[in-house]
Design a protein around this ligand. Structure first.
Ligand SMILES: Cc1ncc(COP(=O)(O)O)c(C=O)c1O
Length: 448
């Protein structure tokens, strides 16, 4: 039987990334979007964590429209007003010492590859240290560095000198320590990995300050100063992948500001253009500028429309009150979700600064509960709330990253929906598991 055009279209739709059946998005505004049937969604993942100013921010859209009247595209042989201005603004905003901008990638994966190349060129060395669960990207090279075998298993990856080291996942510490007495083994043991697991030629550490796809893993105080010291001692370039964390997501402009540590290099993308145009940047120290720029560049890097959107976005995130709003609405969500955690033992942890939150679902014995996280996510989707689960963390953490323009009323609305959805999942779990309502504050054993 031959397939009709409708059947073929339906089959294509089946690969939709949020698995929302045949929902076709037609409009977006602020934290909301609508599908063709008129159904409304609360976008609690900011598109793909990139719409920090929400859908269709009017000022960003106006800047893009104005740019379309002047110059849509320029070859990278030329400067343009938007790209010049953007590079100046990025340097002014970035942590001190990051004075050079490479604007020649249009996405995060290739920006990270560019950062690795710059580090390799600068040091003359090869290997890249990436923490477990780290996300570097989706190209073949970037995926070979990802800190989870899930992304590598289906493909034949060339050996690219990736050295994977345990991450600072205090909730499930690799070294079975507790934060108050751990001695920061997740940094000091990297020495052993350099000595025994690397090729002996380590160029850089590439790390997300908060592991996003890995499960919203927030390193403890002291981790980044120790990591920076270790890198300095070994002449290793410390690269912060701030692709999810930059431009206010954590309540500070950069996660580097939050942790009080300046890396040697930084990659940014996603939030850079506010409402969804593709662009990425690599920021480096001055000493790393001495390389042939033709070694890393893509046709659509530094795209003029995206650069115009980025200039406007940086203007908006610098306005008084912008970061304060992230901290305020983040605190509302943290407080309300914390109350849910006290009520429901299956919600093992609620963590993250600002509007970068993760909710870890646990089994009665404390083990990871991806099945509960997926049930929770389905219940949220049924209520029109869009979330994702931690892909590199094996899906046991719900990722909550609403646009940074969230209002307090919207934060409460989201918390209400999370409460309703969790109550449904908890009711379903009764009888199937031994999860009982939480009494007191004791946590279950967090094995595995
Ligand atoms: C932390 C991080 N790094 C890199 C990437 C890759 O970015 P892109 O999908 O734009 O290539 C992503 C994308 O999700 C990310 O979250």
């Amino acid at each position: 039987m031959t397939e009709s055009a409708e059947e073929r279209a339906a089959a294509t739709v089946g690969v939709a990334q949020y698995r929302l059946g045949d929902a076709q998005l037609v409009r977006g505004e602020g934290i909301r979007s609508w599908d063709a049937s008129g159904r409304e969604y609360l976008d609690c993942v900011s598109g793909t964590f990139n719409l920090i100013l929400g859908h269709h921010h009017p000022e960003v859209m106006a800047a893009v429209r104005a740019q379309t009247e002047e110059l849509v595209f320029a070859s990278s042989s030329f400067r343009t007003e938007s790209t010049d201005r953007l590079m100046r603004d990025l340097v002014a905003l970035a942590p001190p010492g990051l004075t050079r901008v490479n604007l020649r990638s249009s996405g995060g994966s290739t920006a990270n590859e560019g950062a690795i190349r710059i580090a390799q060129h600068h040091t003359g060395r090869r290997d890249v240290i990436v923490p477990f669960r780290g996300h570097v990207g989706q190209t073949i090279a970037a995926a070979a560095y990802n800190g989870s075998s899930r992304m590598r298993a289906p493909f034949h990856m060339p050996p690219l000198g990736a050295v994977h080291v345990p991450d600072a996942y205090c909730f499930r510490c690799f070294y079975r320590q507790t934060p108050d007495s751990c001695g920061m083994l997740c940094v000091s043991r990297i020495e052993d990995f350099i000595t025994y697991a690397s090729s002996g030629s380590v160029a850089c550490v590439l790390i997300e300050p908060i592991s996003g796809m890995g499960g919203n893993i927030v390193p403890p105080p002291g981790y980044f100063p120790a990591l920076r010291a270790l890198c300095d001692e070994h002449g290793i370039v410390l690269i912060f992948d701030e692709i999810q964390t930059a431009f206010g997501r954590t309540g500070q402009m950069f996660a580097a500001d939050l942790f009080g540590v300046v890396p040697h290099m930084m990659t940014v993308s996603k939030g850079l253009t506010g409402s969804g145009l593709p662009l990425a940047a690599i920021l480096t120290e001055e000493r790393m500028a001495d390389w042939d720029r033709s070694l890393h560049g893509f046709t659509y890097g530094g795209h003029n429309l995206a650069a115009a959107a980025a200039v406007k976005t940086l203007e908006i995130v610098r306005r008084p009150g912008f970061l304060e709003n992230v901290r305020r609405t983040g605190a509302i969500l943290t407080e309300r979700l914390g109350a849910l955690r006290r009520e429901h033992p299956m919600l093992g942890d609620v963590r993250g600064p600002g509007l970068m939150l993760g909710l870890e679902l646990v089994r009665p014995d404390g083990g990871k509960a991806p099945e509960l996280a997926h049930a929770f996510q389905r219940a949220l989707h049924a209520r029109g709330v869009l979330t994702r689960v931690s892909e590199h963390g094996l899906g046991n953490v719900i990722e909550l990253r609403p646009p940074l323009i969230l209002t307090p009323a919207e934060a409460h609305l989201i918390a209400d929906r999370f409460g309703e959805a969790l109550a449904v999942v908890a009711a379903e779990a009764v009888g199937r598991t031994t999860h009982a309502p939480r009494v007191g504050t004791a946590r279950p054993d967090r094995a595995g």
